[in-house]
Design a protein around this ligand. Structure first.
Ligand SMILES: Cc1cc2nc3c(=O)[nH]c(=O)nc-3n(C[C@H](O)[C@H](O)[C@H](O)COP(=O)(O)OP(=O)(O)OC[C@H]3O[C@@H](n4cnc5c(N)ncnc54)[C@H](O)[C@@H]3O)c2cc1C
Length: 399
């Protein structure tokens, strides 16, 4: 392997891939192309501790400063990959050079969706990078009137931290329930109650008609029912999209790259991990995007094993956590697919677990401030779906 492994994207999945390659004895060249100026860093604190001020933005690196040099990992920071040619095995950088590889890993992650019509307002915020979080944190203080568009996990986390900073927070959600893409309404309703009890004005079925512009940017938002809400800053939290448009012309998908459960794409020696991936799930038998930390970690390691021709890690249930108003909320499995929820514990305290079933079979679980119940929920779901017993080798190759 003269050219070694070339990783496009310098985030979590890239970092975990580097670590696993070295841990398994790979001695070849590893290069990471990252368009940010920072070595790989952790994003979850961006909507939590960095916004509250409890976490120093300089403390987010996934590894100590000398790790990459010590492990002979070349970081090409501030460089953007703009083209992949699997035929001649090269990746081209925006700055000009074309780099050859023996194995390429796509780990370019995702980016927040912009809301058309708000991009030009100087007081509009999207949240993905440490600079985004630092800029938003600077606007949050007692009395700031913050409007958040979208009651997804990022929107709700920002709402919770902004309230802690004393901001007046309104969340506008177009759907009739919060988190409706990922949770059954019963559980989404619990999030709504939690936020309202903490003083967030969370509006469901709220459709934005237009924005009023002043010298500082957006000054008010008008809803389709005529209500007008004043604001000092806007946060757009309407979901993310894979950062894979740069693969146009490569023959790979530009809306999330399809891969088998080991991260192998349809192009020889090209792999994908993390938010950029649409990975085959042998349980649902679909290619799915994950958008979560644990999946990026696992897929980074999985890809390293595939490159080195090692046995794959067994498949794992998707899992996720979110911190809101001091509560640790954990999810395991796919909670969007159930048809009934059984709650054990107290929704008001709150301290409870929820088992989500489909046709009587457990498919997902959620725990609020009950971390020790997660292994039990995971086991119940794995047994019911036989997920733990399926080897990733059994999955069909991507088409
Ligand atoms: C604010 C926030 C809070 C979160 N909180 C949680 C949480 O509580 N729990 C949870 O499970 N998950 C959370 N996540 C999600 C989790 O952080 C992501 O799933 C994870 O970071 C994905 O890792 P990745 O390596 O695929 O992508 P990223 O970490 O996004 O890294 C991709 C990197 O590639 C760079 N890049 C993009 N395009 C190019 C290009 N063409 N060339 C070179 N470089 C490029 C990007 O700038 C970025 O640096 C959160 C995410 C955010 C943004």
């Amino acid at each position: 392997m003269k050219d070694g492994v070339l990783i496009a994207g310098g985030g979590l999945a890239a970092q975990r891939c580097c670590e696993a390659l070295r841990a398994h004895g790979f001695e070849g060249r590893i290069r990471v192309i990252g368009d940010e100026e920072h070595p790989p860093y952790d994003r979850p604190p961006l909507s939590k501790g960095v916004l509250t001020g409890d976490r120093d933005p300089d403390s987010l690196s996934l590894r100590p400063a000398d790790w990459h040099e010590d492990h002979s990992v070349e970081l090409l920071l501030g460089e953007r990959a703009v083209a992949l040619d699997p035929g001649i095995k090269t990746i081209t950088l925006a700055s000009g050079p074309t780099l050859s590889y023996d194995a390429a890993v796509i780990a370019t992650g995702s980016r927040p969706r912009a809301l058309p019509g708000t991009e030009h307002f100087p007081n509009t915020h999207l949240l993905r990078t440490v600079e985004d979080a630092t800029r938003l944190a600077a606007t949050l203080e007692g009395g700031t009137r913050l409007i958040i568009v979208g009651a997804g996990f990022i929107g709700l986390e920002v709402a919770a931290t902004a309230r802690r900073r004393g901001a007046e927070v309104t969340v506008l959600e177009a759907a009739p329930a919060a988190l409706s893409r990922v949770l059954l309404p019963e559980l989404g309703d619990w999030f709504v109650s939690l936020h309202r009890s903490e003083g967030v004005d969370l509006m469901l079925s709220a459709h934005v008609a237009r924005f009023g512009e002043g010298p500082g940017g957006a000054e008010w938002v008008q809803l389709t029912d005529g209500r007008r809400l004043e604001c000092d800053a806007l946060v757009i939290g309407i979901g993310i999209e894979p950062a894979t448009e740069w693969l146009e012309g490569s023959g790979l998908e530009t809306d999330g790259v399809r891969a088998d459960a080991r991260g192998r794409t349809k192009a020889a020696d090209v792999y994908v991990a993390g938010d950029a991936a649409r990975t085959f799930n042998p349980v649902s038998e679909e290619h799915e995007r994950s958008e979560h930390w644990e999946a990026a970690t696992r897929q980074g390691a999985q890809v390293a094993r595939a490159i080195l021709d090692l046995d794959p890690l067994p498949t794992a249930l998707p899992s996720f956590w979110t911190d809101q108003f001091g509560h640790r909320i954990q999810l395991v499995g796919d909670a969007s697919k159930g048809d009934e929820v059984e709650i054990t514990g107290d929704l008001e305290v709150p301290e409870f677990t929820a088992i989500v079933r489909r046709g009587g079979v457990p498919v997902a679980g959620m725990a609020v401030d009950q971390p020790r119940s997660i292994p039990r929920l995971r086991k119940a779901i794995e047994q019911s779906t036989a997920q733990g017993e399926r080897s990733t080798d059994e999955v069909p190759a991507p088409n």
